[in-house]
Design a protein around this ligand. Structure first.
Ligand SMILES: [Zn+2]
Length: 110
């Protein structure tokens, strides 16, 4: 599978919860096997931690906020050149695959 979204890209959330829709944020992880991405501050979940005794150190109970993965289909790349949310075209030059903005045709550097 060709991955059009890379870690460090800025993406716009095009579908999903009302809280997240329209948000722009940085991709912090890509899970190509699942077709998913983790986007900073998007699709937040709360995990409740129990207190645990570990190596003579008491770790208190608490809430851990974390980003859950979302489908790549729900995000669009924000072109660093024109600033628009865009579909990504791939162009092949030998072994090198370049990404190109479909709006302004600029090459998107990795
Ligand atoms: Zn562009």
């Amino acid at each position: 599978m060709k991955v059009r979204i890379h870690k460090g890209d800025t993406v716009e959330i095009i579908s999903g919860s009302a809280d997240d829709k329209g948000k722009r944020a940085e991709v912090i992880r890509v899970e190509p096997e699942d077709g998913k991405v983790v986007v900073s501050g998007v699709n937040m979940r709360t995990r409740h931690k129990r207190p645990v005794q570990a190596q003579n150190r008491q770790v208190p109970a608490g809430k851990v906020r974390f980003e859950a993965p979302i489908s790549m289909a729900n995000v669009m790349l924000v072109c660093p050149k024109c600033g628009k949310a865009t579909r990504v075209g791939l162009s092949h030059e030998g072994d090198k695959v370049s990404r190109r903005c479909k709006k302004c045709q600029a090459l998107i550097d990795d």
